[in-house]
Design a protein around this ligand. Structure first.
Ligand SMILES: [Fe+2]
Length: 348
């Protein structure tokens, strides 16, 4: 074989290997791991469904107060070299704050290795031997494993308070009811801000994606929220990933009147462009006193708008955009009378 022919053969083999590698990567990233829907614990919801405690969790407050640590946008990559910094800071914050419950506000990951990250989350947050809860963000199921698959993985946790929720679109709509001396005093509603099962490609433009949603899905979420509020009959907090549209005007007003409670808006709130009417429902029902969201990594503000505290949780991860020194979480105290306070906490 001449040198020229040998070189050609080597180039062909290298190209072939590269092609196979790229193809395998493509298959891994693009073909998602689907959870079996039949294994989800979704329940049939309609407005006439009789309310029952099994649709949520009960927690009895035994001390003077109950402390929740919210963490948001951890954005684990699934690569130890990057993730160890998040672990180290989360562990230190949990130790310092000594919460009774930890709530993850979505975008635990945006990595192709999302199922690996979820396995890591189960192991890390179970290691605190505390109850923890979560909502999905818009990026958790960007790659590989879908939410149904992640939901099945979450069942391996010993301490996680999580339910798939009603069959109304989205996954992980549920509530935690806090009781003092057996009397319900406050409820935390965990809501999936969802991407409504849009395709992987359109998800990269999630504003476009939202336009594709069937409005009926959102109406059902509002119906579910109203049904749950009537059933629980307490003051409440909503924990979700994407901020409501009203965050923007609420901050504008507070900034003008110099009434921002804490933190700053360092970037425009990336809310969905279609208003699903959740805020109007909140003000009409008068149960929810606070909404806490993640999603905008640079924002950590809280303002009062129409008697409702709208706030961003301090972002907790380091692998995407953020602001140096503005990383940590948000702490909430539930008092014995069901009132709540919130404050931002930052990593040391
Ligand atoms: Fe995020």
């Amino acid at each position: 074989m001449t040198i020229k022919k040998r070189r050609k053969l080597i180039i062909t083999i290298v190209c072939l290997i590269l092609f196979i590698l790229l193809f395998v990567t493509y298959i891994y990233l693009i073909i998602p791991l689907h959870g079996r829907e039949s294994e989800l614990s979704l329940y049939e919801f309609d407005k006439d469904l009789q309310f029952c405690e099994k649709y949520g969790f009960n927690i009895d407050i035994t001390g003077e107060e109950y402390k929740i640590l919210y963490l948001s946008d951890l954005h684990y990559l699934g690569l130890a070299i990057y993730d160890s910094k998040i672990d180290k800071n989360v562990k230190a914050l949990v130790k310092k704050e000594a919460p009774d419950l930890i709530v993850l506000l979505g975008d635990q990951t945006s990595s192709p290795f999302n199922e690996k990250v979820y396995r890591h989350c189960v192991s890390l947050f179970d290691s605190f031997e505390l109850p923890w809860a979560l909502v999905f963000g818009n990026h958790d199921d960007d790659w590989h494993a879908d939410k149904a698959y992640l939901s099945l993985m979450l069942r391996k946790s010993k301490y996680l308070l999580y339910l798939d929720g009603p069959n109304i679109g989205g996954l992980g709509n549920y509530f935690i009811n806090f009781r003092y001396q057996e009397k319900p005093i406050h409820t935390l509603y965990l809501m999936d801000s969802d991407d409504n099962g849009v395709s992987l490609i359109s998800k990269f433009d999630w504003k476009f994606a939202k336009h594709r949603l069937e409005i009926e899905v959102d109406r059902e979420l509002l119906d579910w929220y109203e049904w749950a509020v009537a059933g629980n009959n307490t003051s409440s907090t909503i924990a979700t990933h994407i901020p409501l549209l009203e965050y923007e005007i609420a901050y504008d007003n507070a900034e003008q009147n110099d009434t921002v409670l804490r933190g700053l808006r360092r970037e425009r709130n990336d809310s969905y462009e279609v208003n699903i009417g959740l805020f109007d429902k909140i003000t009409a029902l008068k149960s929810t006193k606070a909404v806490i969201a993640g999603h905008n990594h640079k924002n950590d503000f809280a303002v009062i708008y129409q008697d409702v505290q709208l706030m961003h949780c301090v972002t907790s991860g380091f692998t995407t955009d953020g602001v140096d020194g503005i990383h940590g979480g948000t702490v909430s105290i539930i008092n014995k009378d069901g009132t709540t306070t919130f404050d931002n906490v930052y990593y040391d």
